[in-house]
Design a protein around this ligand. Structure first.
Ligand code: TPP
Ligand code: MG
Length: 399
């Protein structure tokens, strides 16, 4: 991101006795209270332009405020900390089974959420912890779920890959690569059928972009002008396979052929926000769109992958240095004197404490009762019997 112009009214700045300039690199001094600054609008130019397919891309100038930037910093830091803590809990064997971490990709979750409401739907694959948090999920709900406890967002029965929060439009959390894309189109079909003016964001990876069911879903979505935004989170790897080994064309925003697309810098939270806002308006008028978010995962594919055998450490550290989404916002905040380095460090400390407290609380939560094993699995009232794997120990009549 580069600077920066002030929009709205110059008189506000005069009133606040601020040095005002529109030139690149100039910055405002912080001689004002935070309440005065909260509402003031800045215009930031994204460093990478959008690239469109069958559409005119939105402007690179994105409006934001001091308050929004500080919120973005906090939210992304919280997500980062949550994922790092999940890594430790996994290594301590408090989290078992699959676990896919999202650190590096936080700007997609946070930027998207800033552009939509809880009446819009989101559905994603198994890398879902931070999407759940962005949708209003709690840290305790996340950690308890990860550790298989009763207070987890899926009652401790879903685990890392199956987070849900239906009351704020989050439909999971899916383990079969690409399978959520037709489901997302189905959610959008329901929105259109019910004449709601809301949309569905359906997230999938670059690996999933080669899955056949995506193209079947796109065909129907385009035929019926469904309000669905297909968000390809291109982190450039599907497990240990680099995209160039798996995809004949890695231009995922063009892969919908007749479906318009937009390539977005997915490490820039403001660029993501603007793109999602644009996409939402687009799909309500014109039907589906693909947003390719150019992003990166810092961790290996899952906890069983150290993530360093199929890519160089230099590649990872280079992205951390040049494109890290949190560092970008930190620089922006500092260059505007919107907070001091110490204030941002304090925010990080607070976030760390919030995460630690949530883990402590989640650990107190009991494991689900064995009688819960078959609830929320089958439709009620079928009257069938269910068995454990050995067909002896657990036997229950389904509710
Ligand atoms: C249908 C299906 N095939 C294979 C797998 C095994 N698998 C799990 S994740 C994954 C890679 C997907 O990569 P991508 O879509 O880029 O998502 P990312 O993990 O990078 O977020 C594969 C092949 C699966 N879960 N489902
Ligand atoms: Mg990928």
């Amino acid at each position: 991101m580069s600077l920066i112009q002030l929009s709205k009214n110059q008189s506000l700045h005069a009133a606040l006795l601020l040095p005002v300039t529109n030139s690149v690199g100039a910055h405002l001094r912080r001689h004002f209270s935070s309440t005065e600054t909260d509402t003031r609008t800045l215009t930031i130019e994204t460093s990478v332009p959008y690239t469109g397919h069958k559409l005119e891309p939105p402007s690179r100038s994105v409006e934001t405020t001091q308050k929004e930037l500080l919120t973005f910093f906090r939210e992304m830091s919280l997500m980062r900390r949550m994922e790092i803590a999940a890594d430790s809990l996994y290594k301590a064997k408090l989290i078992r089974g699959f676990c896919h971490l999202y650190d590096g990709q936080e700007a997609v979750a946070v930027g998207m959420e800033a552009a939509i409401t809880k009446k819009d739907n989101v559905i994603t694959a198994y890398r879902d912890h931070c999407i759940y948090l962005a949708r209003g999920g709690t840290l305790v709900g996340a950690f308890a779920e990860l550790m298989g406890r009763r207070d987890g967002c899926s009652k401790g029965k879903g685990g890392s890959m199956h987070f849900y929060k239906k009351d704020s439009g989050f439909y999971g959390g899916h383990g079969i690569v690409g399978a959520q894309t037709p489901l997302g189109c189905g959610l959008a079909f329901a929105q259109k059928y019910l004449k709601e003016e809301h949309v569905t964001f359906t997230l999938y990876g670059d690996g999933a972009a080669n899955q056949g069911q995506l193209f079947e879903a796109l065909n129907m979505a385009a035929l019926w002008d469904l309000p669905v935004i297909l968000v390809c989170e291109n982190n450039h790897y599907g497990m240990g396979t680099a995209e160039w080994r798996a995809a004949k064309s890695p231009a995922y925003y063009k892969r919908g052929d007749y479906v318009p697309g937009l390539k977005v810098d997915g490490m820039d939270v403001l660029a993501v926000k603007q793109a999602c806002k644009f996409a939402k308006e687009h799909v309500l008028k014109n039907g589906p769109i693909i947003l390719e978010m150019d992003t990166y995962r810092y961790h290996g594919h899952s906890m069983s992958d150290p993530g360093s055998t199929y890519r160089t450490r230099d590649e990872i550290s280079g992205i951390r240095q040049e494109r890290d989404p949190i560092e970008r916002v930190r620089k922006l905040i500092l260059s505007h004197d919107f907070a001091t380095e110490k204030e941002l460090k304090d925010t990080e400390k607070e976030v760390r404490k919030e995460v630690d407290d949530a883990i402590a609380q989640a650990k107190e939560s009991p494991m689900p009762d064995p009688s819960e094993l078959f609830t929320n699995v089958f439709v009620k009232g079928l009257g069938a019997d269910a068995f454990g794997v050995d067909r002896k120990e657990i036997r229950t009549v389904l509710p």
